[in-house]
Design a protein around this ligand. Structure first.
Ligand code: PXG
Length: 466
């Protein structure tokens, strides 16, 4: 069946309804309505189809989540079986369901050592809100209630709830919501293009960037600081891969001042970097106390998130804490947990994480690196199955295009036209493709990206902008 043959499917009518009723996330509704939303109707493997019948390679895994690709019968069956048996029951009031408990027992098997407990949420944002609650509760129980402040980074993304957006370092989000909430402060990100000094080595920059954390701790007073939170690799911020010297130095500083380290693995978890969790990658190598996860835990088939709680915190919370007054109706939703179990089992049975590390990620890195010869492209980088490049007006002098030109958006639109999804983040173009890409898929994706870069260059020249 071709997508357009779906019974009763009328793209124009759907677009009109969408324009009339649907407020999209992070979207200028008026300008979207002028063009009409792209309607995605089907997915299979690493590809999606829109309602005009266009086949598109999904270089963003849905939204950093469809790690095993679309149309997996085992995940569909797991959801169906659970829905037929018990679609929902809660985990409050001294009850549980088998999928919630089995998943809670399964996750410590793939987590770094020292994680035996998990708190379930529905999303990464709720996971990070849970982090705030856990961190504050921990220090209260430790008799240090003045340790309230959580340090995060500018251009971090930690979600869109009041807590998540406050932890995040997105100015555009803070401006619209009177954020951050009290008790959250930000340091600069380890992005050398923005924050590096002339002639500074990557290694030295990584150390200097990590020491902004120490400066902030000293400025605030170490006894006031509760935790530091960071993504191993910043995702929505533009695939900012820190220098290898960065995370070990962050770890040293957290240890020195006894502050908790939170690894937000909503993107980097579940194999994205070629390790189960990003903190385990040799380039990162941190030892967090809390790990936020979501997205890839179900390959995005159903919403699920949570926090892996390290033994240091779990012991205090359980032995001294009494009631932890926090939770969501759907914490440990059995159908979502059943899909997560099937997802982790499939990843294990098929050796997905090992294959990413040994084969797929190195192949992606090599092919993505070939784009460096393109006149627009510089700073090509990847780690595991995330990759990014910078669009330069003049790469010899490292001159960027003026932001108001929206060159990234031009490039992204060309990508869609040429059958590949890429994300534009200011000067950066990024991908995070499904972990199950074959070499042929990667080759075809890179061909389409190159074509899109060529079209972007031609368009800029035609418009007299280059
Ligand atoms: N932490 C990280 C590191 C994330 O990437 C969240 C938390 C929040 O998760 P939920 O499930 O509440 O969305 C995220 C989400 C983008 C984009 O444009 C990225 C995310 C969400 C929406 C858009 O790249 N990441």
């Amino acid at each position: 069946m071709k997508p357009n043959d779906l019974p009763g499917f009328d793209t124009a009518a759907l677009r009109a309804k969408d324009a009339a009723h649907h407020l999209h996330p992070f979207t200028d509704t008026q300008s979207l309505n002028a063009s009409g939303a792209r309607v995605i109707v089907r997915g299979e493997g690493v590809r999606i189809w829109d309602s005009d019948g266009n086949e598109i390679i999904d270089g963003m895994s849905g939204l950093w989540c469809v790690n095993l690709g679309y149309s997996r019968q085992d995940l569909i069956d797991a959801a169906t079986r659970q829905m037929q048996t018990l679609p929902f029951y809660n985990a409050f009031f001294k009850t549980t369901t088998a999928p919630a408990t089995e998943l809670a027992a399964l996750l410590p098997q793939i987590a770094p050592p020292g994680f035996q407990h998990v708190f379930f949420t529905n999303s990464g944002s709720e996971g990070n809100d849970t982090v705030i609650r856990l961190v504050r509760r921990y220090w209260d129980l430790m008799g240090q209630p003045q340790r309230k402040t959580i340090i995060s980074r500018h251009n971090a993304y930690h979600g869109s709830t009041l807590g998540g957006a406050s932890l995040g370092g997105m100015g555009g989000m803070h401006e619209q919501g009177d954020l951050p909430i009290p008790g959250i402060v930000h340091i600069d990100q380890p992005y050398q293009l923005q924050n590096g000094l002339p002639g500074e080595s990557e290694h030295d920059f990584g150390l200097r960037a990590a020491r902004w954390l120490e400066d902030k701790i000293v400025e605030l007073g170490a006894d006031k600081v509760a935790a530091f939170i960071g993504e191993p690799v910043q995702g929505a911020g533009g695939v900012i891969i820190p220098p290898a010297s960065y995370w070990p130095e962050i770890q040293r500083i957290c240890d020195k001042y006894g502050i908790l380290l939170v690894s937000d693995e909503v993107i980097c978890g579940f194999g994205r970097l070629g390790t189960w969790f990003g903190c385990q990658h040799p380039h990162i190598g941190s030892r967090p106390d809390l790990i936020t996860f979501a997205k890839g835990v179900t390959s995005g088939y159903l919403p699920l998130g949570g926090v892996l709680v390290g033994d240091r915190i779990a012991k205090v919370l359980i032995e001294q804490g009494g009631d932890f007054n926090h939770g969501f109706t759907y914490s440990g939703h059995p159908t979502c947990c059943a899909v997560a179990i099937a997802n982790v089992q499939a990843m294990r049975a098929e050796g997905v994480v090992e294959r990413v590390a040994a084969d797929t990620a190195p192949y992606l890195a090599a092919q993505f690196a070939t784009l460096a010869d393109h006149p627009l492209v510089g700073d090509v980088q990847s780690l595991g199955m995330v990759a990014g490049l910078v669009l330069y007006k003049d790469k010899a002098t490292r001159t960027l295009f003026p932001a108001e030109l929206g060159v990234g958006y031009r490039c992204r639109d060309n990508c869609f036209k040429n059958g590949v999804v890429m994300r534009a983040v200011e000067e950066r173009m990024i991908i995070a493709p499904p972990l199950v890409m074959s070499h042929d898929d990667i080759d075809e994706m890179i061909r389409r990206i190159r074509r899109s870069l060529d079209d972007t260059l031609a368009g800029l020249r035609a418009d007299g902008l280059l």
